[in-house]
Design a protein around this ligand. Structure first.
Ligand SMILES: NC(=O)c1ccc[n+]([C@@H]2O[C@H](COP(=O)([O-])OP(=O)(O)OC[C@H]3O[C@@H](n4cnc5c(N)ncnc54)[C@H](OP(=O)(O)O)[C@@H]3O)[C@@H](O)[C@H]2O)c1
Length: 273
């Protein structure tokens, strides 16, 4: 029997939906007929992403300039979503920031630690809280968090990413328990290294610094990191996973942490040649 996902006509909100993994998730859901609300701060990039998705798929797209570090901004976005759609079935907590500096994070000032935590984990709680009243209690409600490998393995120098992602993994179980009576499931995807626009620039720069090609840099980096697949994930592979978790087919997933890292986290040793 075909895998009917049952997503057509549903509504999703994606934080950080203007680029990278978030935009890929929005495109993946839209391909299944899901109307999408995109949250990010930068209006221009939001509008570009919205135009792209409208051209690709016959769904409604609502880009809302939102700063998830600010409760009022997130509440205003939820009010826009309520006015436009009434119901939001799927909440994807994806927004996060890059590593702000490569120095030792234990030496950072308080304000840098707090800013990072305020963005990703507390931001995810703000978005969840604001959109919860719009979510149905009929078994179609889904909260999907985008965590990261730094939550389970030590990835120097990513201390605040580790704290954010570990907290996200744990909040997933807490919220699954808390929201069970509303039949809302809560799951987390734990990606490893993902080939976003930002990562492409990162790889280009490091390859230039090392005087090798980008392909050579990536091949040796993946080997050093122990990524058994020998490559980073395509953004669409994260989007496919989120789309499945959002679907009726995944209704028995709850409180799950879905590792999507090409074997990185099971492998303490560099990939064999
Ligand atoms: N790329 C990877 O290799 C990788 C691996 C594992 C996990 N992850 C996780 O996946 C998620 C997405 O990563 P990515 O690499 O796709 O990131 P990205 O390309 O840097 O995109 C981040 C998105 O979040 C938005 N954003 C940032 N600060 C925001 C704020 N205060 N309020 C609202 N939106 C905000 C950005 O838009 P504005 O700047 O315009 O607001 C953008 O849309 C992150 O949580 C990251 O930790 C990434």
């Amino acid at each position: 029997m075909a895998m009917e996902l049952g997503l057509n006509g549903r509504v999703a909100v994606i934080s950080g939906g203007s680029k990278g993994i978030g935009k890929a998730i929005a495109r993946g859901l839209a391909a299944e007929g899901v109307d999408v609300i995109l949250l990010a701060r930068g209006q221009e990039q939001l509008d570009q992403a919205a135009d792209q998705i409208r051209k690709e798929h016959r769904v409604k797209v609502l880009p809302v300039s939102t700063d998830i570090t600010k409760a009022d901004s997130v509440k205003a976005a939820a009010a826009r979503a309520k006015a436009e759609f009434g119901t939001v079935h799927i909440v994807v907590n994806n927004a996060g920031g890059p590593i702000r500096r490569m120095d030792r994070q234990i030496l950072w000032p308080d304000s840098d630690w707090m800013d990072d935590l305020n963005l990703k984990i507390v931001g995810a709680l703000r978005v969840t809280q604001a959109f919860l009243p719009l979510m149905p209690s009929d078994g179609t409600g889904r909260i999907i968090n985008i965590s990261g490998t730094a939550s389970t393995v030590v990835w120097a120098p990513a201390l605040t990413h580790a704290l954010n992602n570990a907290a996200m993994n744990q909040a997933t179980g807490y919220l699954a328990h808390d929201l069970a009576a509303q039949q809302i499931t809560v799951n987390t995807v734990i990606p490893g290294l993902v080939g976003t626009e930002g990562r492409e620039v990162w790889a280009d720069n490091l390859a230039k610094q090392q005087n090798v090609t980008k392909a050579e840099f990536l091949s040796s980096f993946c080997k050093r990191m122990g990524i058994l697949a020998g490559r980073w994930a395509d953004m669409s592979e994260v989007a496919d996973t989120v789309t499945f978790l959002a679907s009726d087919r995944a209704r028995y997933f709850n409180g799950s942490k879905v590792v999507l890292d090409g074997g990185l986290s099971i492998n303490p040793n560099p990939r064999p040649a």
